[in-house]
Design a protein around this ligand. Structure first.
Ligand code: NAP
Length: 345
């Protein structure tokens, strides 16, 4: 059995992770750690959760590490990097769900997160945990920087198109909609029920941090700098991301070329479902599962590709992908403990 612990277990991502690990046939949970709720039963925060009888522990790094093979950190950025630096002293694997270990370039991180990274060298040693694209590196990594939710949806969709030089890099627009859990459990005026219910709005236009994470990874695929227009929107739902990506096709590129690129990249990937041309997915198809579903339309009138992809932000966009990465790190079948089908209703 893999001995696993979570630091930041009470947040939305940590709570989903605890649920997945509790049901995972190859995992024994050792510690669920919290700063604010240490000493309380998990069930006091989340009654009827599969971990309700667990007593939340303090964040005692040595105690947690000595009992664990892997520690997940589901903490705000900045706090995560300080925590991971301490965890790294022990012979354990680490999966960090924050933005702190996702970048190759600390200057880019510091520009978009507006803080200095406390250990750029450790950040560089981490492997980017987009399971389908970096599997071989994830297998042998000590620290995985688990990707962001919008970025998972955006990069998986764009990568084969960029890699195969099918779209005009100057014209990429990523228009994404997320449920409210994407913002975490902390309170803010913009996330009150009365602000969100029956409402729909764009936010952080042209300055959302995930822009830089997507651009860094697709630029590597393109072998040149690629910049995108990214606009997130807040949906009046709890979970799920629907991303619509627009880009002009390079001359002569057909729908068959697009489908071929997707199939070659993702054919044997259990969590990627390709609908092909003229079929597009809906949030309901994916919420509750670790899958990404994608389909596309070619607007021949404008020679433009329009792709729609969906994920569950808390699963493929966070906790599910973290478990997928753990499975890869410990040489398990990567679907172990994870659903490929959504709840639907
Ligand atoms: N929500 C998503 O869809 C999503 C997707 C991908 C990645 N992420 C990333 O995952 C991380 C967690 O996100 P979340 O949505 O779960 O956030 P959240 O619901 O706000 O939870 C934050 C967690 O961090 C802990 N925490 C906050 N301040 C702390 C401090 N000073 N010291 C120690 N612990 C502290 C909280 O613990 P206590 O309250 O128990 O003290 C809580 O467990 C973030 O970095 C986020 O960017 C989230």
């Amino acid at each position: 059995m893999i001995k696993a612990s979570i630091i930041g277990a009470t947040g939305y991502a940590g709570t989903e992770l605890a649920r997945l690990l509790k049901h995972h046939p190859g995992v024994e949970i050792k510690y669920l750690a919290s700063k604010s709720y240490a000493g309380k039963e998990f069930g006091e925060l989340y009654p009827n959760h599969s971990c309700e009888d667990f007593v939340l522990s303090n964040i005692e790094i040595e105690k947690i590490c000595k009992a664990s093979d892997i520690v997940f950190t589901a903490l705000p950025h900045g706090i995560s990097s300080e925590t991971v630096i301490q965890l790294n002293e022990y012979d354990i694997k680490i999966v960090d769900l924050s933005g702190d270990f996702r970048y190759n370039d600390e200057v880019l991180y510091e520009k978009w997160y507006k803080v200095k990274h406390p250990s750029p060298s450790l950040m560089k040693s981490a492997v980017y945990g987009l399971s389908e694209l970096y599997k071989e590196n994830i297998k042998t990594s000590k620290i995985v920087g688990n990707p962001g939710c919008f970025t998972t949806c955006g990069i998986i969709t764009l990568y084969p198109l960029i890699e195969n030089d099918l779209i005009d890099h100057e014209t990429i627009v990523y228009d994404a909609k997320s449920g409210v859990t994407g913002a975490g459990r902390g309170l803010s005026n913009a996330l009150h029920f009365c602000e969100v219910e029956s409402n729909f709005k764009a936010y952080k236009i042209a300055n959302h941090r995930h822009t830089s994470e997507i651009e860094e990874k697709i630029s590597i695929a393109a072998n040149e700098s690629v910049y995108i227009s990214f606009t997130p929107h807040l949906l009046p739902t709890k979970r799920g991301i629907l991303g619509t990506i627009y880009a002009n096709l390079k001359d002569g590129v057909t729908a068959e070329d697009i489908q071929k690129a997707f199939v070659e990249k993702y054919n044997n990937q259990p969590f990627i479902k390709l609908l092909g041309e003229n079929k597009t997915p809906e949030l309901k198809h994916v919420v509750g599962s670790n899958s990404l579903i994608t389909g596309f339309v070619v607007d021949k009138r404008l020679n433009r590709l329009i792709i729609v992809s969906v994920i569950d932000n808390l699963l493929k966009g966070a906790a599910g992908q973290a478990v997928q990465n753990m499975n890869i790190m410990f040489d398990l079948d990567e679907t172990t403990g994870l659903n490929t089908d959504g709840w639907y209703l």
